[in-house]
Design a protein around this ligand. Structure first.
Ligand SMILES: [Zn+2]
Length: 287
């Protein structure tokens, strides 16, 4: 799933490729991809792209005097740029193509989604805050005013575990399953540690790890072509998705905790005093 660093790289890529270009066609292909009906997608046609913004993991294509196209790629969605779009109108079917945007130059992009769970969402709105997921976003962790005091205030009354808190888009925008694992590994903290239990020193360490991890990931992704971002993301991760591999910091074996629809990875030596965390799913199966 693309998270803040990848969506930021896509935003930069689209800023370069879309700004000043005229949209000639917007074609929803998957049945449920479009979450709004007024204004219709056709209201974007004939409009020139003025800017491309990011809100958390949402991309927002602003047009000159027209509506905006806002999208959330969800878990299995992606954006594929094409210097030359194929001729003809794509047919709705079982393929991954969810929505196509064509430019006057003949170039354009496809929003695609793999798998059977269709969660990729597109909104045509006059104001991005009309999108419920955008309206409820917490602050952007890479914003200039997101300082340690602000982070401490967010965590202060937080009763949840760090893993869940960091992933909550309403608390902080843009961090998902992969980068929450990476941030907690960099901060040497257990994913199950309670957010409100952090000392001021620990809050400072977590803040520094969060900023450094996301900044480094954005730097790595910057300038990488849209089609290569997924591989770039995977290559930069230290523990996420690396169960059984050695921790690059201490050499201990990276372990995981599985949940019904996801899993988290961590290093016992770096994060939990050498003790493996109970795998709830596994222990239930063994009963
Ligand atoms: Zn380690």
């Amino acid at each position: 799933m693309p998270e803040l660093p990848e969506v930021e790289a896509l935003r930069e890529f689209l800023t370069e490729h879309l700004t000043g270009q005229e949209i000639v066609r917007v074609l929803p292909v998957a049945i449920s991809v479009l979450k709004t009906y007024d204004p219709p997608p056709a209201a974007l046609e004939g409009r020139t792209v003025a800017a491309v913004h990011r809100h958390g993991k949402f991309l927002d294509v602003e047009t000159d005097g027209g509506p905006r196209l806002v999208t959330h790629l969800a878990r299995a969605g992606w954006l594929q740029w094409k210097d030359r779009l194929p001729d003809g109108v794509p047919r709705p079917g079982k393929g991954p193509l969810a929505l196509r945007v064509a430019l006057a130059t003949g170039a354009g992009f496809d929003l695609t989604e793999a798998g059977t769970q269709k969660r990729l969402a597109v909104y045509v709105v006059t104001d991005p805050r009309e999108v419920p997921g955008v309206a409820r976003l917490g602050p952007d962790p890479l914003a200039d005013d997101f300082d340690e005091a602000r982070f401490a205030a967010l965590l202060g009354g937080e009763r949840r575990q760090l893993k869940g808190a960091l992933r909550d888009q309403g608390l902080i925008a843009g961090i998902g399953n992969a980068y929450s694992d990476e941030i907690l590994h960099a901060a040497r903290m257990s994913p199950f540690k309670l957010a409100a239990s952090l000392t001021p020193e620990e809050t400072g360490a977590l803040y520094a790890a969060l900023r450094a991890t996301l900044t480094e990931a954005v730097e790595r992704s910057r300038g990488v072509a849209a089609g290569k971002l997924k591989a770039e993301k995977k290559g930069g991760l230290r523990v996420h998705g690396r169960t059984g591999e050695p921790c690059p910091v201490c050499g201990d074996t990276v372990r995981e905790v599985s949940f019904s629809d996801s899993s988290l990875q961590y290093c016992p030596t770096c994060q939990t005093g050498g003790r493996p965390l109970a795998d709830r799913r596994l222990s239930r199966l063994l009963k």
